[in-house]
Ligand binder design. Structure first.
Ligand SMILES: Cc1cc2nc3c(=O)[nH]c(=O)nc-3n(C[C@H](O)[C@H](O)[C@H](O)COP(=O)(O)O)c2cc1C
Length: 370
């Protein structure tokens, strides 16, 4: 059996599939439920000095697999988290990470108390409401670093445009990175009532789940190329393949939020089991063998439309079921099947590759033609 144990910053985790700050970490009860569901670590909902006043409704499903939420941070008084929720969650016996936010003053107060009470194994601070200004990020990280002796992780929001500069600036102050928070602001509404799905005043919320996976992967790969410190991937995980993508993009572990909200907190253990089976089947013995495999890939030459050597979609007949998905997805009308014979019009084909991507049978691949 593949070994799912990971050691990150001197902490031993039973597996790399953790909860993410959100409803799954809203209380000790929820954290304990996540532990029973097989999570490799328990990350709390973000606590702050001032409890959030959360509008209702605050979570909706704009399309399958994705959520818009306006949950802000924890509405629980932080004293209660420190005195009751974290101590009760401790009995789970797996690492606990406190998510904290947002101002330098918030982080000084919370970080100091978390340090004194020795309640958690690490702290993750969210920059979601801190903004993009790098000097503010530094002040925030410094405030926590000064008072908390254990590992400090910086959780990035996708609103950061200068990812590499932000990593460089924070690297000396933090022990690792988490990416990404939900994307937005985002809006959706009912066309008949004209009511937004979110009860927030302006109807805005934040997008998470399936739709944001490629953005999360981009952040993780970019951060992992900039630092040797651990990166924890989060955003859009739905399947074990998504977990593998994050680890191959450079993540040491992943967090899961929307999937657990939609399907229940047993998803962490299910993903862990599937990861172990996938690793066995594909010859990986430990998570570190997978880590950053994408970043270490063999770089292929670049091809450009109109240059000498061109790539065209080539068919493998044994795999094709003649479902016409490629025909329908070709806006250029370059693909036809005449009596089950594949006919590609290279004068029309612009080598965009969409047909390869939509084929459910892996029957097409981009092949070099001089
Ligand atoms: C309902 C909900 C509440 C969330 N609350 C928090 C929070 O308190 N703090 C935080 O840093 N991120 C919060 N998030 C963001 C998640 O931790 C995560 O970064 C994001 O949803 C992307 O992961 P996912 O696609 O697996 O949901 C929340 C997300 C959702 C859906």
């Amino acid at each position: 059996m593949a070994d799912l144990k990971v050691n990150i910053l001197g902490i031993q985790f039973p597996n790399p599939i953790w909860t993410a700050a959100g409803p799954g970490g809203a209380s000790a009860d929820k954290l304990l439920e996540a532990a029973r569901g097989g999570a490799g670590a328990l990350v709390s909902k973000t606590i702050s000095q001032k409890p959030a006043r959360v509008p209702i409704p605050n979570i909706s499903l704009p399309f399958p697999g994705s959520l818009i939420n306006a949950e802000l941070w924890s509405e629980v008084d932080y004293h209660r988290f420190l005195e009751e929720e974290f101590p009760r969650a401790r009995v789970a016996g797996i690492p606990i990470i406190a998510s904290v936010g947002y101002s330098p003053e918030d982080l000084s107060v919370l970080g100091k108390q978390l340090n004194e009470k020795d309640l958690v194994d690490a702290v993750e601070f969210s920059i979601h409401y801190v903004g993009k200004d790098i000097s503010n990020l530094i002040k925030t990280a410094e405030a926590l670093r000064t008072v908390f002796d254990g590992p400090v992780l910086a959780k990035f929001s996708p609103s950061i445009s200068e990812i590499r500069s932000a990593v460089k600036a924070l690297d000396p102050l933090v022990d690792g990175f988490v990416a990404i928070n939900s994307v937005g602001p985002a809006l959706d509404f009912d066309i008949y009532t004209r009511r937004p799905l979110m009860g927030s005043g302006d109807g805005r919320g934040w997008l998470s789940g399936r739709a944001i996976l490629p953005i999360g992967l981009h952040f993780v790969a970019t951060i992992a190329m900039e630092t040797d410190k651990p990166v924890i991937g989060v955003g859009g995980i739905r399947t074990v393949e998504d977990v593998i993508k994050y680890i191959m993009a450079g993540a040491s572990a992943v967090q899961v939020c929307s999937l657990a909200v939609l399907k229940g907190q047993q998803v962490y253990g299910q993903l862990a089991e599937q990861l172990s089976r996938w690793m066995d089947k594909n010859g990986y013995t430990g998570v570190s063998d997978l880590r950053a495999a994408f970043l270490k890939r063999e770089k292929k030459p670049l091809y450009y439309y109109g240059d000498g050597t061109q790539l065209y979609p080539e068919i493998v007949y044994e795999k094709c079921r003649f479902c016409d998905m490629c025909v329908n997805a070709c806006i250029h009308g370059a693909i036809q099947f005449e009596n089950k014979i594949y006919d590609l019009d290279r004068n029309k084909c612009v080598s965009c590759g969409l047909c390869v991507s939509v084929c459910p049978w892996n029957a097409l691949s981009m092949t070099e033609y001089p």
